[in-house]
Design a protein around this ligand. Structure first.
Ligand SMILES: N[C@@H](CCC[C@H](N)C(=O)O)C(=O)O
Length: 280
Protein backbone atom coordinates (compact mmCIF):
# COMPACT_ATOMS: atom_id res chain seq x y z
CA UNK A 1 0.00 0.00 0.00
CA UNK A 2 1.21 3.53 -0.67
CA UNK A 3 1.40 6.07 2.14
CA UNK A 4 -1.55 8.07 3.40
CA UNK A 5 -1.86 11.78 3.91
CA UNK A 6 -2.78 13.05 7.35
CA UNK A 7 -3.39 16.31 9.15
CA UNK A 8 -1.85 17.02 12.52
CA UNK A 9 -4.23 18.89 14.84
CA UNK A 10 -4.33 19.71 18.52
CA UNK A 11 -6.58 21.07 21.24
CA UNK A 12 -4.47 22.93 23.83
CA UNK A 13 -1.45 20.80 22.87
CA UNK A 14 -3.27 17.43 23.15
CA UNK A 15 -2.27 16.32 19.66
CA UNK A 16 -3.70 14.05 16.99
CA UNK A 17 -2.71 12.44 13.72
CA UNK A 18 -5.95 12.55 11.72
CA UNK A 19 -6.63 10.33 8.70
CA UNK A 20 -9.71 10.80 6.57
CA UNK A 21 -10.92 7.32 5.63
CA UNK A 22 -14.34 8.26 4.26
CA UNK A 23 -13.37 7.59 0.63
CA UNK A 24 -10.54 5.09 1.02
CA UNK A 25 -10.92 2.72 4.02
CA UNK A 26 -8.10 2.57 6.55
CA UNK A 27 -7.99 -0.17 9.20
CA UNK A 28 -4.61 -0.29 10.93
CA UNK A 29 -3.80 -2.97 13.50
CA UNK A 30 -3.08 -2.06 17.12
CA UNK A 31 0.68 -2.32 16.41
CA UNK A 32 0.45 -0.06 13.37
CA UNK A 33 -1.59 2.49 15.30
CA UNK A 34 1.03 2.45 18.06
CA UNK A 35 3.80 2.93 15.49
CA UNK A 36 2.08 5.93 13.90
CA UNK A 37 1.63 7.50 17.37
CA UNK A 38 5.23 6.84 18.41
CA UNK A 39 7.11 10.16 18.49
CA UNK A 40 10.45 8.41 17.88
CA UNK A 41 9.34 7.60 14.31
CA UNK A 42 8.77 11.19 13.29
CA UNK A 43 4.98 11.71 13.41
CA UNK A 44 3.76 10.96 16.91
CA UNK A 45 0.62 11.98 18.75
CA UNK A 46 -1.39 11.43 21.91
CA UNK A 47 -4.34 10.03 19.92
CA UNK A 48 -4.63 8.68 16.42
CA UNK A 49 -7.98 9.65 14.86
CA UNK A 50 -9.64 8.03 11.85
CA UNK A 51 -12.63 9.77 10.25
CA UNK A 52 -14.98 7.20 8.72
CA UNK A 53 -18.38 7.24 7.06
CA UNK A 54 -21.21 6.95 9.59
CA UNK A 55 -24.15 4.59 9.10
CA UNK A 56 -26.23 6.92 11.28
CA UNK A 57 -28.24 9.37 9.12
CA UNK A 58 -28.04 12.01 11.88
CA UNK A 59 -24.23 12.04 11.89
CA UNK A 60 -21.86 13.67 9.42
CA UNK A 61 -19.09 11.15 10.15
CA UNK A 62 -17.85 8.52 12.56
CA UNK A 63 -14.74 9.37 14.61
CA UNK A 64 -12.55 6.39 15.62
CA UNK A 65 -10.21 7.16 18.52
CA UNK A 66 -7.01 5.28 19.30
CA UNK A 67 -4.68 6.04 22.20
CA UNK A 68 -0.92 6.21 21.66
CA UNK A 69 -0.64 2.60 22.91
CA UNK A 70 -2.95 1.48 20.07
CA UNK A 71 -6.03 0.83 22.26
CA UNK A 72 -9.37 1.98 20.90
CA UNK A 73 -11.48 4.18 23.21
CA UNK A 74 -14.92 5.77 23.35
CA UNK A 75 -14.22 9.47 23.89
CA UNK A 76 -11.75 12.27 23.29
CA UNK A 77 -12.99 15.78 24.01
CA UNK A 78 -10.20 17.71 22.32
CA UNK A 79 -10.33 15.55 19.18
CA UNK A 80 -14.11 16.00 19.05
CA UNK A 81 -13.64 19.77 18.71
CA UNK A 82 -10.84 19.32 16.14
CA UNK A 83 -12.72 16.87 13.90
CA UNK A 84 -15.91 18.93 14.19
CA UNK A 85 -13.98 22.00 13.08
CA UNK A 86 -12.68 20.12 9.99
CA UNK A 87 -16.18 18.88 9.12
CA UNK A 88 -17.81 22.28 9.70
CA UNK A 89 -15.23 24.04 7.49
CA UNK A 90 -15.72 21.41 4.80
CA UNK A 91 -19.53 21.86 4.76
CA UNK A 92 -19.38 25.61 5.45
CA UNK A 93 -21.68 25.24 8.43
CA UNK A 94 -21.48 26.05 12.13
CA UNK A 95 -23.01 22.87 13.57
CA UNK A 96 -22.18 19.22 13.14
CA UNK A 97 -22.98 15.85 14.72
CA UNK A 98 -20.23 13.26 15.10
CA UNK A 99 -20.76 9.59 15.88
CA UNK A 100 -18.31 7.93 18.30
CA UNK A 101 -18.29 4.55 20.04
CA UNK A 102 -19.89 6.36 23.01
CA UNK A 103 -22.71 7.94 21.01
CA UNK A 104 -23.67 11.01 18.98
CA UNK A 105 -21.97 14.30 19.90
CA UNK A 106 -23.38 17.68 18.84
CA UNK A 107 -20.77 20.36 18.24
CA UNK A 108 -21.09 24.03 17.30
CA UNK A 109 -18.95 27.08 16.58
CA UNK A 110 -19.03 29.96 19.04
CA UNK A 111 -18.77 33.49 17.64
CA UNK A 112 -15.34 33.97 19.26
CA UNK A 113 -13.48 31.24 17.36
CA UNK A 114 -13.98 28.69 20.14
CA UNK A 115 -15.89 25.46 19.64
CA UNK A 116 -18.44 23.88 21.99
CA UNK A 117 -19.01 20.13 22.08
CA UNK A 118 -21.85 18.52 23.98
CA UNK A 119 -19.95 15.53 25.33
CA UNK A 120 -23.15 13.72 26.32
CA UNK A 121 -24.27 12.62 29.77
CA UNK A 122 -21.89 12.28 32.71
CA UNK A 123 -22.45 8.69 33.87
CA UNK A 124 -22.18 8.28 37.63
CA UNK A 125 -23.29 4.76 38.52
CA UNK A 126 -20.46 2.40 39.58
CA UNK A 127 -21.37 -0.08 36.82
CA UNK A 128 -21.19 2.71 34.22
CA UNK A 129 -17.65 3.89 35.15
CA UNK A 130 -17.08 0.86 35.18
CA UNK A 131 -15.79 -0.20 38.65
CA UNK A 132 -15.00 -3.81 39.52
CA UNK A 133 -17.32 -3.74 42.56
CA UNK A 134 -20.09 -1.62 44.03
CA UNK A 135 -18.78 1.71 45.41
CA UNK A 136 -20.14 5.22 45.91
CA UNK A 137 -18.60 7.01 42.91
CA UNK A 138 -18.53 10.29 44.87
CA UNK A 139 -16.20 8.71 47.47
CA UNK A 140 -14.59 5.80 45.73
CA UNK A 141 -12.27 5.12 48.64
CA UNK A 142 -9.10 3.94 46.91
CA UNK A 143 -5.80 5.51 47.93
CA UNK A 144 -2.18 5.78 46.86
CA UNK A 145 -0.68 8.39 49.20
CA UNK A 146 -0.86 11.30 49.00
CA UNK A 147 -3.85 10.65 46.69
CA UNK A 148 -7.05 9.30 48.21
CA UNK A 149 -10.77 8.93 47.64
CA UNK A 150 -11.35 10.02 44.01
CA UNK A 151 -14.65 10.95 42.43
CA UNK A 152 -15.31 8.69 39.42
CA UNK A 153 -17.17 9.87 36.31
CA UNK A 154 -17.64 8.29 32.90
CA UNK A 155 -17.67 10.79 30.01
CA UNK A 156 -17.74 8.09 27.33
CA UNK A 157 -14.48 6.97 29.01
CA UNK A 158 -13.57 6.32 32.65
CA UNK A 159 -12.11 9.07 34.86
CA UNK A 160 -10.96 9.19 38.48
CA UNK A 161 -10.51 12.73 39.85
CA UNK A 162 -8.47 13.26 43.03
CA UNK A 163 -8.93 16.64 44.75
CA UNK A 164 -5.72 17.88 46.34
CA UNK A 165 -4.44 21.09 47.93
CA UNK A 166 -1.81 21.67 45.22
CA UNK A 167 -2.01 19.74 41.92
CA UNK A 168 1.50 20.92 40.94
CA UNK A 169 3.05 19.17 43.93
CA UNK A 170 1.75 15.70 42.98
CA UNK A 171 4.14 13.22 41.33
CA UNK A 172 1.60 12.29 38.69
CA UNK A 173 4.16 10.67 36.37
CA UNK A 174 4.90 8.08 39.08
CA UNK A 175 1.42 7.65 40.60
CA UNK A 176 -0.58 7.80 37.35
CA UNK A 177 0.36 4.39 35.89
CA UNK A 178 -0.31 2.58 39.18
CA UNK A 179 -3.76 4.15 39.57
CA UNK A 180 -4.59 3.74 35.87
CA UNK A 181 -4.19 -0.04 36.39
CA UNK A 182 -5.80 -0.22 39.86
CA UNK A 183 -7.88 -3.42 40.18
CA UNK A 184 -10.99 -1.31 40.84
CA UNK A 185 -10.86 -0.21 37.17
CA UNK A 186 -11.50 -3.24 34.91
CA UNK A 187 -11.08 -1.03 31.81
CA UNK A 188 -8.34 1.09 33.43
CA UNK A 189 -8.99 4.81 33.99
CA UNK A 190 -7.78 8.29 33.19
CA UNK A 191 -6.29 9.74 36.39
CA UNK A 192 -6.55 13.43 37.31
CA UNK A 193 -5.42 15.65 40.13
CA UNK A 194 -7.45 18.81 40.68
CA UNK A 195 -7.14 21.78 42.99
CA UNK A 196 -9.44 24.70 43.53
CA UNK A 197 -7.99 28.00 42.28
CA UNK A 198 -10.99 30.17 43.12
CA UNK A 199 -14.72 30.30 42.73
CA UNK A 200 -15.68 28.00 39.83
CA UNK A 201 -12.03 27.76 38.77
CA UNK A 202 -10.00 24.55 38.85
CA UNK A 203 -6.41 23.58 38.07
CA UNK A 204 -6.23 20.11 36.50
CA UNK A 205 -3.42 17.75 35.54
CA UNK A 206 -4.26 14.51 33.74
CA UNK A 207 -2.48 11.19 33.34
CA UNK A 208 -4.34 9.75 30.37
CA UNK A 209 -5.07 6.05 30.08
CA UNK A 210 -3.01 4.54 27.27
CA UNK A 211 -0.89 7.68 26.84
CA UNK A 212 0.60 9.29 29.98
CA UNK A 213 0.53 12.93 31.05
CA UNK A 214 -0.90 15.12 28.27
CA UNK A 215 -1.02 18.88 28.06
CA UNK A 216 -4.83 18.78 28.08
CA UNK A 217 -7.64 16.24 28.31
CA UNK A 218 -11.09 17.45 27.29
CA UNK A 219 -13.07 14.56 28.73
CA UNK A 220 -10.92 14.87 31.87
CA UNK A 221 -11.88 18.53 32.19
CA UNK A 222 -15.57 17.55 31.85
CA UNK A 223 -15.15 14.84 34.51
CA UNK A 224 -13.37 17.28 36.86
CA UNK A 225 -16.13 19.89 36.42
CA UNK A 226 -18.78 17.30 37.23
CA UNK A 227 -16.75 15.92 40.15
CA UNK A 228 -16.20 19.38 41.66
CA UNK A 229 -19.90 20.24 41.42
CA UNK A 230 -20.87 16.87 42.95
CA UNK A 231 -18.52 17.51 45.88
CA UNK A 232 -20.06 20.98 46.34
CA UNK A 233 -16.72 22.69 45.61
CA UNK A 234 -18.00 24.67 42.61
CA UNK A 235 -21.16 25.43 40.69
CA UNK A 236 -22.03 23.62 37.48
CA UNK A 237 -20.06 26.06 35.25
CA UNK A 238 -16.29 26.05 35.73
CA UNK A 239 -13.06 27.13 34.10
CA UNK A 240 -10.57 24.26 34.06
CA UNK A 241 -6.91 25.26 33.62
CA UNK A 242 -4.87 22.48 32.01
CA UNK A 243 -1.14 22.61 31.20
CA UNK A 244 -2.04 23.76 27.67
CA UNK A 245 -4.65 26.36 28.68
CA UNK A 246 -8.26 26.68 29.79
CA UNK A 247 -11.42 24.79 28.87
CA UNK A 248 -14.88 25.98 29.91
CA UNK A 249 -17.19 23.30 31.27
CA UNK A 250 -20.93 23.41 31.91
CA UNK A 251 -22.66 20.42 33.51
CA UNK A 252 -26.19 21.12 32.33
CA UNK A 253 -29.34 20.31 34.29
CA UNK A 254 -30.20 17.58 31.74
CA UNK A 255 -27.01 15.75 32.80
CA UNK A 256 -25.01 16.42 29.63
CA UNK A 257 -21.72 18.31 29.66
CA UNK A 258 -20.74 21.19 27.39
CA UNK A 259 -17.02 21.73 26.79
CA UNK A 260 -15.78 24.91 25.08
CA UNK A 261 -12.24 25.48 23.84
CA UNK A 262 -9.94 26.14 20.88
CA UNK A 263 -8.67 23.94 18.03
CA UNK A 264 -5.48 24.23 15.97
CA UNK A 265 -4.18 22.70 12.77
CA UNK A 266 -0.41 22.21 13.02
CA UNK A 267 0.58 20.80 9.60
CA UNK A 268 -0.28 18.38 6.80
CA UNK A 269 1.94 15.38 6.09
CA UNK A 270 2.24 11.94 4.59
CA UNK A 271 2.70 8.63 6.42
CA UNK A 272 5.54 6.61 4.92
CA UNK A 273 4.41 3.42 3.12
CA UNK A 274 6.73 1.24 5.29
CA UNK A 275 4.67 2.15 8.36
CA UNK A 276 1.52 1.03 6.60
CA UNK A 277 2.52 -2.38 5.32
CA UNK A 278 -0.45 -4.76 5.58
CA UNK A 279 -2.94 -1.98 6.35
CA UNK A 280 -6.06 -2.63 4.28
N1 LIG B 1 -7.32 13.35 25.12
C1 LIG B 1 -8.61 12.97 25.40
C2 LIG B 1 -8.93 11.63 25.98
C3 LIG B 1 -8.46 10.46 25.11
C4 LIG B 1 -8.87 9.09 25.57
C5 LIG B 1 -8.32 8.68 26.91
N2 LIG B 1 -6.90 8.62 26.96
C6 LIG B 1 -8.93 7.32 27.31
O1 LIG B 1 -8.23 6.31 27.26
O2 LIG B 1 -10.10 7.28 27.68
C7 LIG B 1 -9.61 14.05 25.63
O3 LIG B 1 -9.36 15.18 25.19
O4 LIG B 1 -10.69 13.78 26.16
Amino acid sequence: MSGRSFVKMHGLGNDFVVIDARQEPFTPTKDQSRLIADRRFGIGCDQFIIIEKSQNPDATAFMRIKNADGSEVGACGNATRCIASLLMDEADTDKVTIETLAGLLHVSKEGNGLITANMGPALLDWKEIPLAEERDTLNTGIKLPPLRNPVCVNMGNPHAVFFVEDAEAIELEALGPRLEHHPLFPEQANISVASLLGEDHIRLRVFERGVGITSACGSGACAAGVAAARRGLTGRKVQVDLDGGPLYIHWQEDGTVLMTGPVSTAFHGHIAPELLENVS
